[in-house]
Design a protein around this ligand. Structure first.
Ligand SMILES: *[C@@H]1O[C@H](CO)[C@@H](O)[C@H](O)[C@H]1NC(C)=O
Ligand SMILES: *[C@@H]1O[C@H](CO)[C@@H](O)[C@H](O)[C@H]1NC(C)=O
Ligand SMILES: *[C@@H]1O[C@H](CO)[C@@H](O)[C@H](O)[C@H]1NC(C)=O
Length: 475
């Protein structure tokens, strides 16, 4: 005698549900050893299995969604409030475009993302977390060998403008001689006006060379942020590998990675920041101290037939010097300023004494043994500038770092994008491990949760329904 199929399906479904409702769903775990955090902080993964997540940005929805560039895949959005094992965030791909590789920005109406060559903009609705229509090219002709990411940063409208998008374009190789001339377009930061009805973008977009020059001689400023008052542009620069100076191998601890500033008011923009001739000392160079400038004379007589030697590089009239420096080969990839929340639920927030401090991601070294970086640091700021000077090696502290650097790069998270949410929690992407994690107060309500039951997900309701229909059909 046959049991009716729907009865069989019912039993199968009950079995699935019973298995599902067991408290078997762990919180997401770090792919490798859990990073160590500074006192008073906790960290946990909120999304895993992403494809090389790079820049992350919150949109203007309420509550905000987290946009993520998945390099080689497109752009996805992490929507808060999801149930189940993704620890509160559901992923949805909003743009399939394998050329997108790093840069990302969003305002209330537009989503901006870039390939190595082109900056695209899509009409974006934060309320539905979706894009519509075809993208428009705003900037073209940016492709460069080697350093192929284009960091994007919106500069909001002011009295005199309707807003800009700032773009970093790095060098075409480790030591790129072409970068010593402006027309090469390499190792430069430029800005482009956002299109308006009064000032529409040219059909097909702006050529890279048409952008207003904000800085040049910056090897690869992957991390960009405006100061909280919007008057200055802060840049974290990835400096050179395998460097020789006066026929000595100085690469282990030199050159320093740089923290530079561009004054956006009063004609302060457009300066030359030294690359590919001038570099900054970190440590261990004969006769030079941290912050001192030195030359590799790559551009002998290149500009104006002046040899860019150590003394030329040391003259700040020729070469804008960094405001502060980081350990060589740290690979800083993003910078953001912390605005401690003063209202609402502050129980998740980082230390409020850190209000106004800069946070920088360190992707970590490959050109140094033992490795360095692989974490997120805090740079104390006061009155709009780092507290430490350019001659300091102690101007910053790790808030999170891989627990065992000897396992890096392959056994460590590699921080890339940074973004604070409205609760004062810092979100961090890690490209090689496909994760997004957050850093929050160790006393946050959710900081110490370990195991919780899996809630009944829509996926299982659908499976269940499908199985019942299928069973009904074959009976
Ligand atoms: C992106 O591609 C995936 C897989 O092909 C598809 O399921 C999804 O609908 C696409 N999303 C968009 C927004 O085109
Ligand atoms: C990009 O460069 C090509 C070749 O020089 C040129 O023909 C084209 O007009 C440029 N694109 C834009 C948008 O200016
Ligand atoms: C550098 O010197 C050469 C040879 O004297 C001259 O032809 C060239 O114009 C000079 N370049 C600059 C930028 O002054």
């Amino acid at each position: 005698m046959h049991l009716p199929a729907f009865v069989v399906a019912l039993f199968v479904n009950l079995g699935v549900l019973a298995a599902e409702s067991e408290p078997s769903c762990q919180h997401l775990k770090f792919k490798h050893d859990k990073p160590k955090v500074a006192a008073g902080l906790a960290t946990r993964v909120i999304q895993s299995g992403l494809t090389k997540p790079r820049s992350i940005k919150f949109d203007s929805a309420s509550p905000p969604n987290l946009l993520v560039v998945e390099s080689g895949l497109g752009v996805s959005v992490l929507v808060p409030g999801a149930q189940g094992c993704q620890d509160g965030w559901a992923r949805k791909v909003v743009i399939n475009n394998t050329a997108l590789n790093h840069g990302l920005e969003a305002d209330g109406k537009w989503l901006y993302a870039s390939s190595s060559d082109v900056l695209w903009m899509w009409s974006y609705n934060p309320t539905t977390a979706s894009v519509s229509g075809q993208p428009t090219a705003l900037v073209r002709n940016m492709s460069t060998a080697d350093h192929d990411t284009r960091t994007l940063l919106l500069q909001p409208p002011s009295d005199s403008s309707s807003g800009y998008i700032i773009i970093n374009r790095g060098s075409a190789s480790n030591l790129d001689a072409d970068a010593s001339t402006l027309p090469s377009g390499h190792s430069q930061i430029r800005r482009f006006p956002l299109p308006t009805t009064q000032l529409p973008a040219p059909v097909g977009g702006y050529d890279w060379s048409a952008g207003e020059l904000l800085a040049w001689g910056m090897r690869n400023g992957v991390g960009l942020s405006l100061s909280p008052d919007g008057s200055r542009l802060w840049e974290v620069e990835n400096s050179a590998d395998d460097l020789q100076w006066k026929n000595q191998d100085v690469h282990q601890d030199n050159p320093a990675e740089e923290l530079n500033v561009v004054d956006l008011k009063g004609g302060g923009a457009g300066g030359f920041y030294g690359y590919p001739s001038c570099f900054t000392t970190w440590s261990g160079m004969q006769g030079l101290s941290t912050g001192d400038q030195f030359s590799i004379e790559l551009d002998k007589g290149g500009s104006g037939n002046v040899t860019r030697d150590d003394s030329w590089c040391s003259n700040s009239a020729n070469n804008v010097r960094p405001e502060m420096n980081f350990q060589a080969h740290s690979a800083p990839l993003d910078i953001t300023f912390y605005a401690a929340p003063s209202s609402g639920d502050t129980s998740y927030a980082l230390n409020k004494d850190w209000d106004g401090h800069a946070f920088v991601s360190f992707h970590g070294s490959w050109n140094r043994a033992p490795p360095t970086g692989y974490g997120v640091i805090r740079v104390p700021f006061s009155s709009g500038a780092p507290v430490a000077s350019a001659s300091s090696t102690t101007g910053y502290a790790f808030v999170l770092q891989a627990p065992d650097l000897s396992k890096c790069p392959n056994g460590c998270a590699r921080p890339v994008g940074l973004s604070f949410d409205q609760f004062g929690r810092l979100f961090v992407s890690s490209d090689t491990t496909g994760e997004v994690f957050l850093i929050e107060s160790s006393t946050a309500p959710d900081a110490s949760l370990a195991i919780r039951p899996r809630t009944l997900s829509l996926r299982y309701l659908f499976c269940s329904l499908a199985l019942t229909i299928f069973a009904g059909a074959i009976y």
